[in-house]
Design a protein around this ligand. Structure first.
Ligand code: HEC
Ligand code: HEC
Ligand code: HEC
Ligand code: HEC
Ligand code: HEC
Length: 375
């Protein structure tokens, strides 16, 4: 597939529009007496298993230094701003590097801590709804889903105000809109299920040295960068019905497939072969408008494929939670076998080329494949 799948031009304009909102409204609220965040490495001596998991997660690699894809998109945004004679503030940090001074609107300088550190999530007290995205109110003490006294931990831990630990994820994952109020990405819309159950599975090993527990909630937070989680809940099956080949893609996940970043794409490739393995039919390249592509394409009026900053609506061909998408194909004469492969991409090749995102991030990854005899 040589042709770029779609033009992702304009993603940075969406961010441009966001900037008409005062930067202070995008910062997290600090408690009185705040002295800065502890580096995650300081938790490692006692929480080794959790620290090792977190170190491999995208939460530890979400900032400009450690995520080349994020940095590339931010630089593209900066160049656009520079053309308009403006300096780009790093408001992305509210979610991508929340323990950087600018992201919390700290008046006094303090050392910023990379990624989404332990000390950020574990000082969240509550969430404040925002117009384009949410922010958090932070506490000076350590917080968690359970209160722990200083007797069992060298540091007391107080309880989050959220009804469930999942609710604390939604400050960053809940929503992001453009200047027109059009949703760019949103877990709010995809369903508030128990994030912890799937993305923080209970795993063997004590959560802390000196703890009485023998298992802990994994801090690997697998998503698009861990293809194994893609295999869960997504299934592909083939059948022949009334002379047609039916390709069924079933999504048992609580999210759309793929979710949630608008840059993600998934597609199937279908082929019908004769008894010698010669290809008689191959499905077209997965372009917008083709049934084989599962992705969101933004629209304005009757224009399709507009950049997100112009977006009023979206043509969303992603597969909804609990949906089975069925694609039908004519079976050519002489066909003996059919096969289908489901692929996932973090970024489209067009987006990678546009932003200078490392090409490896645009490589298609095989999720699953299957085949049947059709004669
Ligand atoms: C000197 C050792 C030590 C250090 C350093 C340490 N902790 Fe702990 N922590 C513990 C122990 C022990 C517990 C109690 C665990 C238990 O009883 O299950 C605990 C409990 C916790 C809990 C509550 C767990 C629950 O059951 O809900 C959280 C959250 C936590 N620590 C986070 C952190 C973070 C974040 C850091 C770094 C900023 C850190 N800890 C540094 C030893 C430590
Ligand atoms: C409201 C919180 C929030 C803000 C603000 C935000 N992001 Fe994100 N971003 C996220 C979340 C959450 C994800 C993960 C979504 C997913 O995996 O589907 C993400 C993922 C990304 C990715 C994909 C990264 C990868 O390695 O796959 C890129 C690129 C990105 N953001 C760029 C930006 C840029 C550039 C800005 C600022 C101009 C920004 N984001 C602002 C929350 C935010
Ligand atoms: C993205 C947010 C986030 C980050 C980052 C994070 N945690 Fe957690 N942590 C959670 C949530 C949510 C839970 C609660 C899971 C539950 O109780 O269901 C938790 C639970 C814990 C627990 C209790 C685990 C158990 O099984 O009893 C400890 C200890 C802990 N975290 C320490 C850490 C340390 C140390 C780091 C950094 C290496 C860290 N956390 C990073 C969100 C986070
Ligand atoms: C401070 C903001 C913030 C919080 C809080 C947060 N996340 Fe994230 N999360 C992000 C960002 C930003 C990314 C994208 C990082 C990147 O790819 O650059 C991300 C990525 C992810 C991914 C995708 C990882 C991958 O392999 O691509 C998953 C899954 C995830 N988060 C789950 C959670 C869960 C579950 C919680 C709550 C326990 C949570 N997050 C809390 C900001 C946050
Ligand atoms: C029943 C299991 C399950 C629950 C519950 C769940 N997820 Fe997921 N999540 C998945 C699977 C499987 C995928 C990968 C397939 C997909 O993208 O649809 C995924 C994908 C994601 C992604 C996209 C990763 C990427 O890189 O683009 C993010 C972010 C995410 N989940 C965060 C969350 C948050 C936040 C919650 C809670 C509101 C949550 N999930 C609840 C199973 C679950």
């Amino acid at each position: 597939m040589k042709k770029p799948m779609f033009a992702i031009r304009g993603v940075f304009f969406a961010f441009f529009l966001l900037l008409t909102i005062p930067a202070g409204a995008l910062a997290h609220k600090l408690p009185a007496g705040f002295k800065g965040f502890k580096d995650s490495a300081s938790c490692a001596p006692c929480h080794k298993k959790i620290y090792d998991e977190w170190s491999m997660s995208m939460h530890s690699r979400s900032d400009r230094k450690s995520d080349p894809a994020h940095n590339a998109v931010f630089l593209a945004f900066s160049r656009t701003m520079a053309k308009a004679g403006k300096k780009a503030p790093y408001f992305c940090g509210s979610c991508h590097n929340p323990a950087a001074g600018q992201s919390v609107g700290a008046k006094e300088a303090y050392a910023s801590v990379p990624g989404i550190p332990c000390a950020f999530c574990h000082s969240v007290e509550s969430m404040s709804g925002g117009k384009i995205f949410n922010t958090y109110s932070l506490s000076t003490s350590m917080t968690s889903s359970e209160a722990v006294s200083g007797a069992s931990a060298p540091h007391p831990v107080s309880k989050w105000s959220f009804a469930s630990p999942s609710k604390m994820c939604l400050g960053c994952h809940g929503k992001m809109k453009n200047g027109k109020g059009t949703v760019i990405c949103s877990m709010d819309m995809e369903g508030h299920s128990d994030c912890v159950k799937c993305h923080m599975a209970e795993t063997a090993g004590s959560p802390a040295d000196g703890s009485g527990k023998s298992s802990h909630f994994s801090h690997l937070f697998p998503g698009g960068h861990y293809i194994n989680i893609m295999k869960e809940g997504i299934s592909l099956s083939l059948e022949v019905n009334k002379g047609k080949l039916l390709v069924n893609v079933k999504n048992d996940n609580p999210h759309y497939f793929p979710s949630t970043s608008p840059m993600r794409a998934a597609y199937v490739k279908v082929a019908l072969l004769d008894k010698n393995g010669k290809i008689l039919f191959a499905s077209p390249a997965p372009m917008p408008g083709k049934k084989e592509l599962f992705m969101r394409v933004f629209t304005a009026g009757d224009k399709k494929g507009v950049p997100p900053w112009m977006a009023e609506k979206a043509v969303d061909s992603r597969i909804k939670s609990d949906e089975t998408r069925t694609l039908a194909y004519d079976i050519p004469k002489g066909a003996a076998r059919a096969r289908a492969v489901l692929y996932y991409r973090l970024f489209t090749p067009a987006a990678a080329a546009k932003f200078g995102i490392p090409a490896k991030d645009a490589r298609p990854v095989k999720v699953t494949e299957t085949g049947i005899n059709v004669n």
